[in-house]
Each structure stands twice: as C-alpha cells, then as structure tokens.
Design a protein around this ligand. Structure first.
Ligand code: NAD
Length: 352
C-alpha cells in the first residue's frame, strides 16, 4: 500500500467555446465591480474583447505585460489599478500575463479571473516568478491562485503553430515530472497520463491544421490537466535545469522545456520505471523516450539549445547552478552528469 496526501485547489473552471462571453457574470459572482484587464501589447485585441464583454465592469486596461514578470512593469500596472480603484484583475494571455495578475494579487489581495491563451499552465498554480534587477526569483503563495479560470478554445486558435508545439511540450513536462514527483499521488498521476495522451494526440493535428477546433479543444483540456499537475506536486531536475537556463541566459521558456525534456527523462528513466511505463502508454509508444523523440520530430520544434541562443561556454556554469541549489530528484545528479545532460541538449543529440 502506498500512502499519499491530496489537496485540491479551490479554482472555479469554465471550459468551452465562446466562454469569454461569461466573463461579466463571473466578475459579478466573484464580487468584482471595477476590473483591470491585463494583456501583452501583442494581445491588445483580446484585451479589448474582454473589456467589451465586461461592459460597465471594465475600469481600465494595461497591455504592458512582459516575460518573467519584471517588477517595474508590475509597479506601472499597480499605479493604474490604484488610480481606477480596481477591485479585481482580469488577465487574458499566456503565463507571462497571468504572472502579472499574480504579482498584483500578492500585493493587493485583489481576486483574479484568468483567460489562458497558451498551454503553459500558470493559471492552475500558486507559483509566482518575478524579476527584480534582472534576477528572477520564484515563490509559492496561496494568495496568487486565481479565483476563476475561463478556458475559451477560441482564444487559442491564433496561437502560432511554433508556440503551440513548444507550449504543449512545456505542459507535457509538468505532467512527466508529476508522474515521478516525491509528493505524487494517484489522482495527479491520472491527470498526468491523460494530459500527456491528450496533448500528444492533439499537437500534431494542430501543426497540420492550426484552426482545427477539436484538436485545439483537446490541447487546452490537456494543458489544464498538466497545469493542475504543476500546481499540485513538486517538480524535479527538468524544471530546475529549465529555470536555470532561462534565468541565466534569457532563453525562451517554452522552447527550453521542449528541448531539455527528453534528455532529463532519459537520465531519470532508470530510477522511475513505472512513471516511464505510464508515459509510454500515454504516448502510444513502446518506450517513453522514443515516443517523446518521435513527437518532437513530428512537431518540428527546435532540438538544440545552441539553436535558441545558449552560449556553449555557459554549459559548465549552468551545470554548477543546477547541482549547487538542487531540487529533489528521483535520481541523484552530480556536476559531471548535469554537464552531460546540458551538453547533449546543447548539441541537439537524440536522447536515449
Ligand atoms: P507568454 O505568456 O510569454 O506568451 C508568449 C507570447 O505569445 C506573448 O507575446 C503573448 O502575447 C503571445 N500569445 C500568447 N497567447 C497567444 C495567442 N493565443 N495568440 C497569439 N499570441 C499569443 O508565454 P507562456 O509560455 O505562456 O509563458 C511563459 C512565462 O510564464 C515564463 O516566464 C514562465 O516562467 C512563466 N510560467 C509560470 C508558471 C507558474 O506557475 N508561475 C507556469 C508556466 C510558465
């Protein structure tokens, strides 16, 4: 018998098509009468649509959200929130925009309604990463958990194919590490397996036909499951390597995950045979790593850290950072092994 603890987060989730139209009713339900809408500058059209649906509840819009939640951006958004006496946040976008909403929430206690448009999964977690003076720090705090998440598949139809593929791999990475997490439990493992299976089927269909509604809907459902995994159990070596590389060399978040994942899983595989079996089953493959390699090839994503701008001389420094402040991992990793993993990913070797 295996003992476990399981704690669900109290997040209200709406899932479907045209669910954006329910944002006004959800604001009323959450007690929000003066909402500040957040987006990146790329997604100002989506922000306008949300504002339109909010009607009189829309107090103002801030379209300056940026990757890695820089503190000066949060300060600017806070100024607007205060000047319009906002009593709630409505974030529409990827996990960068959601991160800004969380950064405001932790400083003000304002409730958040979130409409995710990528597969990264921040909407389901209590994790907040912020950048101050160029240094990114991550903390976990229940105050940043959104009150309501509105998944509207329409908002994902325009997500470019390349970002869809890498963002989907980012989601699969959450589920993969959940399958062997120290705090793992049967409920989260079910979600992880279903999340990987759903994404591995839907992502190739999206690459072939980006506006395929069924595939988009499946991918968003898979992303929700994988985000729930990320928000429920601790992550291990893969997330540590990706946070280190992203933070040290300013590499693109989702692509870094997509490139590194097969290499870390290949390293961990001997220590976690059951997790690898479940992953292989989810990928409809005889072997998890081969299945993952095949999926990456079908999706046409970048395969080497070299391609996305990591300097080769950074490998040793990154490996040092990975082992000096290590996350728990099912297999102990020393400096030489960390170098080898990052080196293989840098060259774009096939993981095995
Ligand atoms: P992102 O939010 O940075 O978005 C990337 C770009 O794509 C942005 O310009 C955005 O406006 C655009 N975009 C997003 N959705 C779009 C759509 N549907 N159509 C067209 N353009 C769209 O990317 P991301 O991968 O979602 O987020 C990455 C960031 O989130 C990183 O900083 C990462 O550390 C953080 N993150 C945090 C958590 C957490 O739990 N705190 C989880 C995952 C990721």
């Amino acid at each position: 018998m295996k003992s476990f603890n399981y704690e669900a987060k109290a997040i209200r989730v709406l899932f479907g098509q045209s669910t954006i139209s329910q944002v006004n009713a959800e604001a009323a339900r959450a007690g929000v009468a003066r909402a500040l809408v957040l987006s990146t500058s790329n997604q100002s059209d989506e922000a306008s649509r949300v504002a339109g649906y909010l009607g009189p509840v829309h107090a103002s819009t801030f379209t300056g959200a940026a990757m890695h939640t820089p503190e000066d951006v949060t300060e600017r958004a806070l100024e607007i929130a205060r000047s319009v006496r906002a009593d709630g946040i409505v974030a529409v976008g990827g996990s960068s925009t959601i991160g800004l909403g969380k950064a405001i929430a932790i400083r003000t206690g304002l409730p958040q309604i979130v409409l995710p448009t990528t597969y990264a999964g921040s909407e389901m977690t209590a994790i907040l990463g912020e950048t101050r003076n160029g240094v990114k720090a991550t903390r976990s705090d229940p105050r940043v958990v959104p009150k309501v998440v509105i998944y509207d598949v329409d908002l994902t139809l325009g997500l470019p194919v390349g970002i869809s593929a890498s963002s989907g791999l980012n989601a699969i990475a959450h589920a993969a590490e959940a399958l062997y997490a120290r705090e793992g439990n049967p409920i989260i493992s079910l979600m992880a397996e279903e999340g990987i299976a759903t994404l591995s089927r839907s992502l190739p269909a999206i690459v072939a036909r980006p506006d395929d509604l069924e595939a988009r809907s499946d991918a968003l459902y898979g992303a929700w499951l994988c985000g729930t995994c990320l928000g429920s159990v601790g992550m291990a070596l893969h997330h540590k390597v990706c946070h280190t590389l992203g933070g040290t060399f300013n590499l693109p978040h989702a692509e870094t995950h997509a490139i590194v994942l097969p290499h870390v899983l290949a390293f961990n595989a001997p220590s976690v045979p059951e997790a690898m079996q479940r992953m292989a089953r989810a990928l409809c493959a005889a072997d998890a790593i081969q299945g993952l390699n095949a999926l990456c090839t079908r999706l046409g994503i970048a395969r080497s850290l070299h391609e996305i701008g990591m300097p080769e001389e950074g490998i040793a420094r990154a490996a040092e950072l990975v082992v000096s402040n290590a996350y728990w991992n099912p297999r102990l990793v020393d400096r030489a092994q960390a170098v080898e993993i990052i080196q293989r990913a840098w060259h774009g070797h096939t993981a095995q």
